[in-house]
Design a protein around this ligand. Structure first.
Ligand code: ZN
Length: 237
């Protein structure tokens, strides 16, 4: 997302569907912080390590599915991809060597959240089938299904907001450049600032979502910095 993710000797390497995947150790640190919940440990009547492990598995699978959506679409266009998971989530990289079009770029951007929405649908279907068969969910199954649905629906929707470099921001970039090839990038960043600050305010005031508010403030600031670099002058706009 923000430049290259540095390699370490603790990186995990493997392949999924022939696509190289690398997991930076900071990814697990992020999962441990987010997954820590004494409330859930009490609810499930387990050690506090268990919700952390379950959450790590849920986030790992969900982000991997999201990035595989991007990566498989890129490979479909003939551009070999690779995936990195790190402290800010996931990243699917590829070099569009030939046949690059704005439409293809938009399709690759949408394929990530799209893959997450499919996983969301699969979880709903499994829950429905279990209910049909009269299979009761254990508290742990309830936790896993709940978090899988939350992550794949809400993170996908948040990712579609037109704030660069989120997936929705990448789509906005293609649209802005199409509308105004000369000022397209600057307009993308301006949109990112407005929507980013707006989402931060709503998340802070109405939803009490401090983490989301901070993330969007950071993204808005990032867009402001990129806008300054694009326009080559000091001061806003
Ligand atoms: Zn994405």
């Amino acid at each position: 997302m923000f430049g290259q993710v540095p390699h370490t000797q603790y990186d995990l390497h493997f392949q999924v569907l022939g696509i190289p995947v690398r997991i930076h150790p900071a990814f697990f640190v992020l999962c441990a912080i987010m997954g820590f919940s004494e409330g859930w440990a009490r609810e499930l009547q387990v050690n506090v390590l268990i919700p952390i492990l379950l959450w790590t598995g849920i986030v790992l699978v969900s982000i991997l599915v999201h990035e595989l959506g991007h990566a498989l679409m890129a490979r479909n266009f003939g551009w070999p991809p690779n995936i990195t998971l790190y402290h800010f989530g996931g990243l699917a990289s590829f070099q569009p060597s030939y046949g690059y079009t704005p439409t293809r770029s938009v399709l690759i951007s949408l394929a990530g959240p799209g893959a997450g929405f499919i996983l969301y649908g699969v979880v709903i279907a499994v829950e429905y089938l279990m209910a049909q068969q009269g299979i009761r969910q254990t508290p742990m199954m309830f936790y896993i299904f709940l978090q899988l649905k939350f992550v794949n629906l809400w993170w996908g929707l948040v990712n579609l907001l037109p704030v660069y470099p989120l997936d929705g921001g990448q789509v906005a970039q293609q649209v802005c450049q199409r509308l105004d090839p000369y000022r397209g990038m600057a307009n993308t960043f301006k949109l990112g600032i407005i929507v980013g600050v707006g989402v931060a305010i709503v998340a802070w005031q109405k939803a009490d979502e401090t983490y989301v508010a901070l993330m969007f403030l950071l993204l808005a600031f990032n867009n402001y910095q990129m806008l300054e670099q694009t326009s080559g002058r000091r001061g806003p706009w």
